[in-house]
Design a protein around this ligand. Structure first.
Ligand code: FE2
Ligand code: FE2
Length: 165
């Protein structure tokens, strides 16, 4: 792909991916304000933005075979765990931004767990057994097989965990 177009496709992917998440937050807010049809509309547009985001992503030819995708995903997790989040955490601490510091610190820990999950799965790529995963809706912690009594990263109670479909 030519340079300007490649840059635009990437920018479009990032923009659509951001819009998807933003609209889901708007939908949750509309639900809280007892406006279910508006929430539904936000979710419909979010689903449409997601179609765009994934279409742009495919255009970038960034999806390889699964082994390569897992290796790339593993590297990304290590980069955010070991480099990006620690830097952001330090800035937040220096600026006294306590809420952001907590969120960055917990996200950093969870990214490290993502890396471990990928590493383990890479070792058993073809003979991987089916495993249930449960996600903490507060911090994103991923638990294998069981719902812990308390989230080990953020202390959320077990009611905060949802199963991955
Ligand atoms: Fe991650
Ligand atoms: Fe958590």
């Amino acid at each position: 792909m030519k340079e300007k177009t490649a840059k635009n496709v990437h920018a479009a992917f990032v923009g659509e991916a951001k819009a998807y998440q933003r609209l889901l937050e708007y939908a949750a807010k509309a639900d809280k304000e007892d406006l279910p049809q508006i929430a539904h509309l936000f979710r419909a547009v979010a689903a449409s933005e997601s179609v765009h985001a994934r279409r742009h992503f495919r255009l970038l030819e960034a999806v390889k075979d699964t082994q390569s995708n897992m290796e790339y995903a593993f590297q990304q997790e290590n980069a955010v765990n070991g480099n990006h989040y620690p830097r952001m955490l330090q800035d937040a601490e220096e600026e006294g931004e306590k809420a952001a510091a907590i969120v960055f610190s917990q996200a950093k820990d969870v990214e490290g767990i993502h890396a471990k999950l990928y590493r383990k799965a890479l070792e058993h790529l073809t003979e991987a057994e089916f495993t249930e995963y449960y996600i903490c809706e507060v911090c994103g912690y991923v638990s294998e097989k069981i719902i812990p009594d308390k989230c080990p990263v953020c202390n959320a109670p077990k009611e905060k965990f949802f199963i991955v479909e």
